[in-house]
Design a protein around this ligand. Sequence first.
Ligand code: DCP
Ligand code: MG
Length: 437
Amino acid sequence: MGSVNHPLAGFCRDCLTLQHSAVRRCHACGSPRLLHHDELYSLSLAHIDCDAFYAAVEKRDNPDLRDKPLIIGGGKRGVVSTACYIARIHGVRSAMPMFKALEACPQAVVIKPDMEKYVRVGREIRQLMLELTPMVEPISIDEAFLDLKGTERLHRDPPARVLARFARRIEDEIGITISIGLSYCKFLAKVASDFEKPRGFSIIGEKEALSFLRDKSVTLIWGVGKAFAATLQADGIRTIGQLQEMEEAALMRVYGTMGQRLYRLSRGMDVRRVEPEGEMKSVSSETTFNTDLSSANDLVPILRSLSEKVSRRLKAGGIAGRTVVLKLKSQDFKSRTRNRQLSDPSQLADRIFRTGLQLLEKELDGTKFRLIGIGVSDLEDADKADPPDLVDNQATKRAVAEGAIDRLRTKYGNKAVETGYTFGTGRTERPPGNGKG
Ligand code: DCP
Ligand code: MG
């Protein structure tokens, strides 16, 4: 007894005192917020997500709002960005039209979003995360994955306790609350952080993954949105447990690569690693617009010129990328990242652009975007890049043409050759970095 590694020793999330048996309340401070779990001291992959983020920041800055239902929203789109947990009791939800939200909760206080403030607070939180480990992968303004493996010596405490202490620190120093999910993989860490919000701390261990997932809806699986869930439902599949009974080959036959994902995630198999920011793992270029844009006419030429920028940098570095990544940020600062694998690594502007275009076309649903970016990841040496394509003759011709254009540009400068897509787009753009989230 007394050792933190004792399998039955849990601890109190409020005062961190060890709890030696399955008591209901902390013997030191009386708090009911105790953590016990078989794998409590062996799990190290965490997902952290702030609770009712924008609303929490506004309540922090105006204590009069603390006990009132609060909606952050309105603005141009006329929808709810988020609602505090009091307003949620009345049924208010993110993305709900404002008028509906006010029907559900007429007494709510409404505040327009102050994005700059939220971005600033998000960055402060990220800085504190980086004090725990460099392995921090931000996912959005208020959430990130952290891999705390190997930090036990540094912190003289296992990840679970480091995280509990972190939640306290965010409450003390930032003045908002967070929820934590702790698991062995990204998928379940994220599921866990959502499990008992707000101020949650949920743990999903390896041993319980299958049974935990069994009765859950397929929509819990990453990448299964409304449309795909409907497809699955039409095929008679509603729960993850049903997927657990199916063969990988069968799922892949019907749903392609998505079938493989269904197979793996339904069994709690997820090998994606936490990828910290700032590693040279991709080459990309992005731009923020003066006015938000939604049409292909506006976006496609920009995509083309960004693809050319990326391609120039790849060629200069003698590298190529196997995955094309399109990034969009909408008016309300929501990021969309879409990617597609190529059959071979590429450094050609034309290939990057055309792949990016296919990804972009699916996103043109009237949404107004404030930022577009294109890039490649899965970088490799350029020697295997862009082999002559026997199937697609047109592509080969374009590659040859691109080689010729490159030679002209080296000789006469970048502006000497303009392709059809970029010609005449003398648009003024916000300097990069301005207003980035
Ligand atoms: N957001 C938005 N529009 C949405 C969803 C979210 O503008 N449809 C913004 C407001 C949120 C922030 O992004 O505060 C973070 O999104 P989350 O999904 O994490 O939602 P919250 O943090 O508000 O609540 P939760 O406690 O459920 O995480
Ligand atoms: Mg949140």
